[in-house]
Every structure is written in C-alpha cells, then in structure tokens.
Design a binder for this molecule. Structure first.
Ligand code: KG4
Ligand code: ZN
Length: 342
C-alpha cells in the first residue's frame, strides 16, 4: 500500500476524521461531538445528526489532514493525493448519518484517484485495541459494548470473528442511556451515570444480575425496569446511590461473562471495545479479572473506545491490504452485522 489512510466516521452523533500512517500509527484523530445539539432532546435525533454531519464533516476532514501534516482540502493540489486511500463507516448506524460520510469518502477517493474502503463500524471498534497494542497474541476475547450492541466475540485475528454471546434485549450502553434519562442525569447517559456513581454506594440497592450463572448471553431490560421500580418505591433515594448500584450490576455481569468466555475458548487475552468500555469501574474490574487469570488485558484508551475515525482508518488499512478496495457503488447499510466466521 502507498501512503496513509484517511478514515471517516459518521454513523451516529460524532463527526470524526483521522489519518493512520502506512505503519499503522495514528497521525491525527479529530472528533466533533454533537452532544450539545442533541442534549435538549435527551437523545440523538437522526435528522439533526445527518444535517450536522453535512456541515461539520468537510472542516473536520481538513483538520485531520492538517494535523497529520498533509495538505488540507486540496483536490490533488500539485497533482498528488494527500493520502493513499479513504475509508468510511458504511454501517451499522443511522442511515441519514452514514450517507454523509460514505458520500464524502467516495467523492474524495474519486477526486484524488485513490481507493475507497467501506468499513463495518463494529469491526472498527474491534480494531481500537490494536491501535495501542499492535502485537496482540491471538485469539482474544472481545467484549464489544456500545450504544446499540453488546457482543462477546472470539477474535482469532483481524477479520476473524466468532460470536460467543450477545444481549437478548437492550445493549449495555442503551441501559446506561435509559437509566440516566429516567434519573434526569441527561445525555449521553454513560458518562453521566459514571460521574453520579462515583459519589454513591454500589451496595445501596441489590439490583438483579440477569443470567449471571447461565451461559454467555446477556440481558439488561429487567435491570432497567428494576431501577424504575426501586426509585418509585423509594422516592427519597439519592441519584448517586441508584447510579452506583445500577453501574455495579452492569459491570458485575459484563465482567463475569467476559471472564467465562475467556476461560472457555483458549483465549490469550481480553479486549474491550465500544463506548461503554470507557467506563472506569468496568476497565478496572476487567483488568483485575484478566490479571487473576494470568491473561493480558488490551484496553483501548478511553478516547478510542467511543466513536472515532482512527479505528475506522485502522480497519480500512488492514482491509485494503488483505481484501482490496470496495466498489464505489457499495451502499451504506444501517443494519450491517459483524462479518462472522461460519
Ligand atoms: O461506541 P459508541 O460511542 O457509539 C455506538 O457505536 O453506539 O457507544 C456509545 C455508548 C452510549 O450508550 C454511551 O452512554 C456509552 O457508550 N458510554 C458509556 C461511557 N461513555 C460512553 N457508558 C458507560 N460509561 C462511560 N464512561
Ligand atoms: Zn460505536
């Protein structure tokens, strides 16, 4: 491959662009959050997200190129393209949001006469651990916990995924967001719950740990209902105690399932991925559990857990090398799943 890869991520409410060098190093990563835009509505408004991406993406791409020391914006200024390929998230995500990033990436690839690579957002999250830990010993157990997905994966290497377990109802991030909204803590819910929980007692409420001793699938909708029931029953309860008890219940289940998955599959390490992986108590508990098992824990930095384009560029770089470019008529797919080995 020749040259760095520009990554573009617009699947939800972060407008992001990043450049990863030919050697895999992150040369720049720019994330423009739309949190302020959606906060008034208590969650992401898809139509507003798409429109905001449209306004923000071109300047965000220019900034990513500039910070990477590459010519900003110029369409083949001087006859050379600033990057060797352009990768963008093609799904899963909000269709109106995805389309903006996919259209921009294809247009830039066409204008610069470089390959376009369509990246699966979930696969991108799996690559986040590799940014800081390029020498991973395979296979590893990956807990992928985002706003829309909760998956336990045996990753045998880049592009090689086996599904071990998944949520039967709500995603872990969705539970954080719904409970935060119910408690009036605002959006996005995960960081708000983590902050409130830091001042609370995790033993104040004995919330359920669904399916704790049962297999590798997970469930969070009952927990959410238990929080609502408990708060209605104890109207004087402090938000801090409720948040801390809720967070502890989620962390207990996620960690127990991840360690069980790692113990059963000849795993040589544990990776975390997705926005919920930015959660401090989850990270600490996974680190401690992995250490007790004698396994390394490969945790992405917090910034690389939540949506960003460096993970997209990294996945795109690997994909281009191993599988080649994507066709320019590759569509965005809001329901794209992780490509699994059969
Ligand atoms: O991966 P991500 O940024 O976007 C999706 O692909 O969905 O994940 C977003 C999710 C949201 O549900 C958010 O509340 C959660 O990750 N999240 C957290 C934390 N930071 C973000 N959950 C718990 N603790 C956090 N610190
Ligand atoms: Zn994500």
């Amino acid at each position: 491959m020749t040259g760095p890869v520009l990554g573009i991520e617009t699947s939800c409410d972060e407008t992001a662009a990043a450049v990863v060098g030919e050697d895999g190093a992150v040369l720049s990563s720019v994330v423009s959050s739309q949190v302020d835009l959606h906060a008034a509505y208590g969650g992401v408004v898809p139509e507003l997200a798409g429109r905001a991406h449209l306004e923000l993406l071109t300047p965000v791409v220019a900034e990513a190129l500039e910070r990477a020391g590459l010519a900003a914006g110029g369409l083949r200024a001087g006859g050379t393209a600033p990057v060797g390929a352009v990768a963008a998230t093609v799904g899963p995500g909000l269709i109106g949001a995805l389309l903006v990033g996919v259209a921009e990436a294809k247009a830039l690839a066409l204008a610069w006469e470089v390959p376009f690579v369509g990246v699966n957002h979930l696969e991108g999250h799996c690559f986040a651990s590799l940014l800081d830990h390029p020498g991973i010993d395979w296979p590893v157990t990956v807990l992928l916990v985002s706003g829309g997905h909760t998956l336990l994966i045996a990753m045998e290497g880049p592009g090689r995924y086996r599904l071990l377990g998944q949520t039967l109802d709500d995603a872990a991030g969705e539970a954080f967001d719904k409970v935060a909204r119910f408690l009036g803590l605002g959006y996005p819910g995960g960081p708000a719950i983590e902050q409130a929980a830091s001042g609370g007692d995790p033993r104040a409420f004995a919330f359920p740990r669904a399916l704790l001793d049962d297999g590798l699938d997970l469930s969070f909708s009952g927990l959410k209902t238990s929080v609502v029931t408990a708060v209605r029953k104890h109207p004087g309860a402090s938000n801090e105690d409720v948040a801390a008890s809720f967070q502890q219940a989620v962390v207990d289940v996620l960690v127990a399932k991840t360690l069980r998955a790692a113990a059963s599959g000849g795993s040589r390490g544990i990776c975390l991925a997705g926005g919920v992986a930015a959660n401090g108590p989850l990270r600490a508990a996974v680190r401690a559990g992995a250490e007790a098992m004698g396994l390394p824990a490969h945790l992405p930095s917090r910034a690389m857990c939540t949506d960003n384009a460096a993970m997209v560029a990294a996945a795109g770089r690997w994909q281009l090398e191993q599988l080649g470019p994507s066709p320019l008529d590759l569509p965005a797919d809001p329901n794209l799943g992780l490509p699994l080995l059969v």
